[in-house]
Design a protein around this ligand. Structure first.
Ligand code: ATP
Length: 215
């Protein structure tokens, strides 16, 4: 299947293309060149052409891509119509911000519930999303066929919560805690460590300053 041969870096970029093409389609644009996409998305145009070449014959040289056709193709490819249900565990500051954000820009993901152990938070709602006690995770995950859990718990709770998520049958984890844990092969974990990212950026700015624009 073509999907299996797709390089992971390309697969990661497809939702970006999809979102931008949706915008173009909404304003009635029928055609787009790889140069225009490159400018808007800050991705090298050769990379864009290569990404699209994995998907088959999608455009003609000098003509660009047909927005509607590309959009339909990517929608099917990404199964944008299939909603992936997501839960969030740890409704603190970061967790609350993510619940409020609720990934509205993407139509195919939806946070269906939040979980916490704080009795003051359990039973409340954040932007209409109910907050349940952690011991109801399995039941809610089963009911909503949950694919992904976002972890925004403190470091000391990460291991226990990780185990709970795995035993609830959830296969995808977006881990915002700095803890790295070993998980079974059928579970996929992506780590997002905002503090380290910020510190790394500052380190690079200090030690390898970007070139002066005027030079
Ligand atoms: P706040 O100020 O609301 O406590 P915070 O982001 O500073 O937010 P953290 O200590 O990082 O607080 O905790 C994040 C959230 O994780 C809190 O709401 C806390 O109640 C919750 N939490 C802690 N342990 C667990 C656990 N084992 N399972 C689920 N949630 C937990």
């Amino acid at each position: 299947m073509a999907e299996q041969k797709l390089p992971p870096v390309t697969a990661k970029r497809l939702p970006l293309y999809y979102r931008y093409l949706e915008k173009l389609h909404a304003v009635g644009k029928g055609r787009v060149s790889s140069a225009e996409l490159s400018e808007a998305l800050q991705i090298d145009s050769a990379t864009i052409r290569r990404d699209f070449s994995y998907l088959g014959e999608l455009g003609k040289k000098g003509y660009g891509y047909n927005v509607q056709y590309l959009l339909q193709f990517l929608r099917e490819f990404l199964k944008q119509d299939e909603v992936a249900n997501v839960v969030l565990i740890g409704v603190g500051n970061l967790g609350t911000a993510l619940l409020r954000y609720n990934f509205y820009r993407s139509h195919n993901t939806k946070i269906v519930a939040g979980f916490d152990i704080d009795p003051n938070k359990i039973g409340t709602y954040v932007d209409g999303i109910p907050i349940y006690p952690l011991n109801r995770l399995k039941e809610v995950a089963l009911l909503h066929d949950v694919d992904v859990a976002i972890l925004t718990v403190p470091v000391n709770a990460a291991k226990t919560v990780f185990d709970e998520v795995v035993s609830a049958g959830i296969h995808g984890i977006l881990n915002f805690t700095p803890v790295r844990l070993t998980v079974p092969p059928h579970v996929r974990v992506h780590h997002i460590d905002l503090t380290t990212e910020l510190q790394t950026l500052i380190y690079f700015l200090k030690n390898f300053p970007p070139e002066d624009e005027s030079s």
